[in-house]
Design a protein around this ligand. Structure first.
Ligand SMILES: [Ca+2]
Ligand SMILES: [Ca+2]
Length: 241
């Protein structure tokens, strides 16, 4: 953003530049081919007062420029033919990136919401989220300008303010860090039922049982005590809300 305070002296604002051509260059050489015209425009006249704030004259809209040339063509009525400006400032243009998750509250995405250089490419990433009992896996990104919406690690181009949302899906599975099988679940399917009783019956009175094979209290025998533990677990799971 190009902000200009025009020539501003109380009672003498005529020398302020009026029509101007704005050109920019990355090299700044004397060859006209090195310069690109941004626009022909008019710089508003100053007010001649101490509270004059200047005004936005041109928006470079993310254009890369190292040198800027202002060519004056006319003024606001200079009595002596002289022309000038009071001050010129360049403001870096930024774009706001807002990151969200669906469902809300997942904190395994990066980066944080922040403002970035206009036109920059910002890496974004979404990791598996574990907060027992919740286990969530990245599914896709929503929002404009995302390089690969189906990749957990990708990027977004900041050519405007952006909101991107990482959409997660429930990914809890039997045996994951939040859902270990209970001891009585001999089939390891996170359910205690007739299938486990069936396996238990095979191991009943086994001479050298393993804990995974029905010796739930690990006393070296598979017997009525272990059966009562299976029955209790079965009942507990049936009564789970
Ligand atoms: Ca089972
Ligand atoms: Ca036992």
């Amino acid at each position: 953003m190009l902000w200009i305070w025009n020539f501003n002296i109380e009672g003498n604002i005529g020398p302020g530049i009026k029509e101007v051509t704005i050109q920019y260059s990355l090299t700044g050489g004397t060859n006209p081919g090195e310069w690109t015209t941004l626009e022909n425009t008019i710089i508003p006249q100053a007010t001649g007062t101490a509270d004059y704030l200047g005004s936005a004259v041109a928006d470079f809209a993310g254009t890369r420029a190292k040198y800027v040339c202002l060519s004056a063509h006319s003024d606001w009525g200079s009595p002596y033919g002289d022309q000038g400006l009071s001050e010129v400032r360049f403001y870096k243009k930024m774009a706001q990136l807002t990151l969200q998750t669906q469902p809300e509250g997942i904190n395994t995405i990066s980066p944080f919401s922040d403002s970035y250089d206009f036109g920059s490419v910002v890496p974004i990433a979404a990791l598996r989220y574990v907060n027992c009992p919740a286990v969530m896996a990245f599914d896709h990104w929503e929002g404009e300008g995302i390089a690969d919406p189906y990749s957990a690690s990708t990027s977004v181009v900041m050519d405007q303010d952006k909101t991107v949302r990482a959409v997660f899906q429930d990914d809890h599975q039997c045996g994951d860090e939040c859902h270990p099988p209970v001891k009585a679940d001999l089939s390891k399917d996170c359910s205690v039922d007739i299938e486990d009783l069936h396996l238990f019956a095979y191991a009943w009175l086994d001479d050298s049982p393993e804990p995974d094979n029905g010796d739930l209290n690990e006393d070296g025998h598979v017997d009525m005590e272990d059966f009562s533990m299976i029955a209790q677990s079965w009942l507990d799971l049936l009564l789970e809300p």
